[in-house]
Design a protein. Structure first.
Length: 334
């Protein structure tokens, strides 16, 4: 580049400056990436200390949810650790867990707040003889004292940080989901008699869903998203070793591998991590340290909860006499 009026010397100096600046910005970037990596590693360690094993993807999304102050929507099949992740996160942060267990028909009075009508009535009766001013009585009965805080209000108004777990959000109806939108984006809620309450400490919010129905786009937009699937063999083995004290390496390895293979058979309800933990604990309780076809057949009912699934697996294991769960090869001509 040639700029009239500026000598060649200027251009060389400028060129060097540009190179130095870009080196500095690259160093800054690398430094930033390293700091994030370190934070993600710290989350993995912290969660492990709290009894939950995270892979890189899970730890990174936890880091982002915290850094961006965004709710985290955790979706996946039953028993893969959706509730557990929020519980472990609250242990890691050493902050209380406020849990809203969702169910069909859950309404605002059980999720947000309700007025303590009985006490309000008693108050009205008590002041009835006093001939008090109605406006004043109204102010008295719609005050903090008569407010019953349900989980969402508890988390929003807590003077200290909390983990708010909205568990199984797919069980509630669309109206309830829509009601949550203000809370999830503004971290505030409005009580008509008292005004708007804004969180002074933004809670760490986890929502879980078994995907029994599609959630609204509006809700999803307000959240980061984590899909937890059945774990790979190595991760499940680690989980078993963490969750089943006294289990041998061999047994953890076998249970993880067999559970993995069973999930590839088409079943009504494949066993989840919760079931493989139960299975491993049961085997340990029976004094077993290894797993073969016979032991699996004897303990099938610990981790399979549907009769059709049980019969199908029994047939498969007996026909193979091993735990590979593959269909026997077809021999001869048809
Ligand atoms: N990554 C993990 N690290 C440690 N334990 C885990 C992990 N994933 C799952 N678990 C364990 O598996 C069991 C089931 O987990 P959890 O109850 O959280 O599943 P869930 O997905 O919420 O199931 P549901 O859909 O039935 O509510 C718990 O004992 C939990 O601690
Ligand atoms: Mg759960």
């Amino acid at each position: 580049m040639f700029v009239p009026g500026l000598g060649r010397g200027y251009l060389i100096i400028r060129e060097r400056e540009v190179i130095r600046e870009s080196k500095l910005s690259l160093e800054k970037q690398t430094w930033g990436v390293n700091v994030v990596r370190e934070c993600v590693e710290q989350i993995k360690d912290g969660m492990l200390g709290a009894g939950y094993i995270c892979d890189d993807r899970t730890a990174t999304i936890l880091y982002l949810a915290e850094a961006l102050q965004k709710p985290l929507l955790v979706e996946g099949p039953a028993g893969v650790g959706k509730t557990g992740i929020a519980q472990a996160f609250s242990r890691m942060k050493a902050v209380p867990l406020v849990r809203l267990q969702c169910y069909e028909g859950l309404d605002e009075s059980k999720a947000l707040y309700e007025w303590n009508y009985k006490r309000q009535l008693l108050h009205i009766q008590a002041v009835a003889n006093r001939q008090a001013d109605t406006h004043q009585v109204e102010q008295e009965i719609f005050s903090e004292q008569y407010l019953l805080r349900r989980p969402l209000l508890q988390a929003i108004s807590s003077p200290t940080p909390t983990v708010l777990l909205i568990d199984e959000i797919d069980k509630v109806d669309f109206e309830f989901e829509a009601m949550l939108l203000e809370l999830l984006s503004e971290f505030q809620m409005t009580i008509p008699e008292m005004g708007t309450i804004k969180a002074s400490n933004i809670p760490y919010v986890f929502l879980t869903s078994n995907a029994t129905r599609e959630l609204s786009e509006a809700l999803k937009r307000r959240c980061l998203y984590l899909y937890l699937d059945y774990p790979g063999i190595a991760l499940e083995e680690q989980i078993l070793r963490l969750k089943v004290p006294g289990i041998s390496e061999l047994l953890a390895e076998k249970v993880a591998a067999v559970a993995h293979r069973i999930r590839q058979v088409e079943l009504k309800k494949p066993p989840s991590i919760a079931e493989s933990i139960d299975w491993a604990s049961a085997l340990l309780q029976l004094g077993l340290d290894d797993l073969d076809a016979d032991t699996t057949l004897e303990t099938l009912n610990v981790f399979i909860k549907h009769r059709e699934d049980m019969e199908k697996l029994e047939r498969t294991i007996r026909s193979r006499q091993d735990l590979s769960f593959q269909t026997p090869p077809v021999t001869g001509y048809r």
